[in-house]
Design a protein around this ligand. Structure first.
Ligand code: OOG
Ligand code: MG
Length: 259
């Protein structure tokens, strides 16, 4: 069966615009390959850029066992971060979203391009200007926040919003493997982790992403932010909910759900 990438991209964008869940693509086609899924993701990005949005960077997802177990998907995924998704004030307007969840993220700000193949974690540290903390608000467009690997890839890995912290460190001023994170939702600790939970190190994750993009003739660019993936499971973000990620070395970042 031939997959119409543009059609499925529009289907997902309609879900974003209508703020309503859509049925998983894999429930409607005989087979959705990983290549087709990334082609739908690329077509979705084209539609969003065509509306005047710009790229702020890229992201990994499902890079920790905690997340893989929560979502029932056992492979990392890659997606795009739109400039419009970056929240400057830590306030996430939930009327614009479907069923948002929040999760802590370690974020690398790139000073230089990184193009695979052959990118190593050391190359990533060399190309990084600073490492900062963040919180991602994910919002799968699929019913019941439930999906298979190709579905979540097509849906730009559930990307929705992100809050980026300001207290960064130079990439070699902290050991990113032992960098700690405490995640609290309305004062309750819901998870703790270190950077090593992310495929050994956040820098390893970013190297994998650069090498993945290299296969598609693409690269990570200087000036972009790159999210390494959540090291703890994601929690629902409701109106009035405040979530705080407190990092060793990176200060703390807060997101609040607002109407
Ligand atoms: C997929 C996106 C995963 C992460 O950090 O693991 C992700 C999802 O869980 O909906 O962004
Ligand atoms: Mg994430």
């Amino acid at each position: 069966m031939t997959i119409d990438h543009a059609r499925w991209a529009q289907y997902l964008l309609d879900g974003v615009d209508a703020r309503s869940e859509v049925q998983a693509i894999t429930k409607q086609v005989d087979e959705l390959s990983i290549d087709d899924a990334y082609a739908i993701q690329a077509a979705l990005l084209e539609l969003q850029l065509g509306r005047g949005d710009t790229l702020a960077g890229a992201k990994l997802g499902l890079t920790s066992i905690a997340k893989q177990e929560q979502m029932g998907v056992d492979e990392p995924v890659y997606g795009w971060v739109l400039a419009s998704s970056v929240l400057s004030d830590g306030q996430a307007s939930l009327g614009e979203l479907i069923h948002p969840r929040c999760e802590p993220e370690i974020v690398l700000n790139l000073a230089e391009d990184l193009s695979g193949p052959g990118v190593t974690a050391d190359d990533v540290l060399d190309a990084t200007a600073s490492v900062v903390g963040g919180i991602e608000v994910i919002d799968s467009r699929y019913e019941a926040f439930s999906f298979t690997l190709p579905d979540v890839i097509a849906d730009n890995t559930s990307a929705a919003r992100v809050v980026i912290g300001s207290d960064g460190v130079a990439p070699r001023d902290a050991d990113l493997r032992t960098l700690g994170c405490l995640f609290e939702v309305d004062g309750e600790v819901t998870g703790t982790a270190t950077g090593a939970a992310l495929l050994g190190s956040p820098a390893e994750c970013v190297a994998m992403l650069a090498n993945h993009l290299g296969k598609h003739g693409q690269k990570l660019e200087a000036g972009w932010l790159v999210m390494a993936g959540a090291a703890t499971d994601a929690r629902p973000l409701a109106v009035g909910t405040t979530a705080t990620a407190s990092y060793s070395h990176l200060g703390s970042v807060t997101v609040t759900g607002v109407a």
